[in-house]
Design a protein. Structure first.
Length: 218
């Protein structure tokens, strides 16, 4: 589940740019994007994560999840979730998994955002062809509103296409109105609900989908 979920694609038609982007992702090359902030033109480098990133990613993921959802959850359940999802060992396993693409966005040497795209079973309400999941999407709070989320979501689309996806789906907490508005602006549509557990606490998520290609594939 993403930072905004508990994410803005490039404005383009269909999949015209996907072959080049897909090649870059799976060759683990770095992509540099110029992001205009109120203070400066910032170079944000996005790359595919490796096992060497596990400790830094685990710390970043645990911190951003806690900052975003800590006040809404019982501390015991929150700690159980973090102990399951955000340990260095768990992140190393996910980084090494060929069915998971972990995208890391850095400002200079600091991790500013990350996303995880994966092949995984979709809930029954996701009926589009070749579904690929946006599993996590987190932007550090100091970078909210500076365009990193928009650029990273475009990279997520490219990674999903590289997995052979035609439909991108995600789960978003039902009470997170800000996230739901963001995703709808980014062309996601609501198709149903699914459970999400924080520790032992079962919560309800909305399931949103985006078609990565139009019906003509152009």
């Amino acid at each position: 589940m993403s930072d905004l979920s508990r994410a803005m694609p490039v404005a383009r038609r269909g999949c015209a740019q996907s072959p080049i982007e897909s090649f870059l992702y799976f060759m683990n090359l770095e992509l540099q994007h110029t992001i205009e902030t109120p203070d400066e033109a910032t170079i944000c480098t996005t790359r595919r994560g490796t096992r060497a990133d596990a400790s830094a990613l685990a710390a970043f993921a645990a911190r951003t999840f806690t900052e975003t959802y800590g006040r809404y959850n019982d501390p015991e359940n929150l700690n159980l979730h973090i102990a399951c999802a955000f340990t260095p060992v768990q992140q190393a396993n996910e980084l090494a998994d060929p069915n998971v693409a972990t995208l890391l966005a850095h400002h200079r040497e600091e991790l500013a955002a990350y996303a995880q795209v994966r092949r995984s079973p979709a809930p029954a309400c996701v009926t589009g062809n070749a579904p690929v999941e946006l599993h996590r999407f987190y932007v550090d709070s100091i970078w909210h509103g500076h365009g990193i989320g928009q650029r990273l979501l475009a990279d997520v689309r490219a990674a999903a296409l590289a997995f052979g996806g035609a439909t991108l789906w995600l789960k978003v907490w039902e009470h997170n109105a800000r996230a739901i508005a963001f995703y709808r602006k980014s062309k996601f549509t609501d198709v149903g609900t699914a459970d999400f557990f924080v520790g032992r606490d079962r919560q309800t998520d909305r399931v949103l989908v985006m078609q990565l290609c139009d019906t003509n594939g152009i």
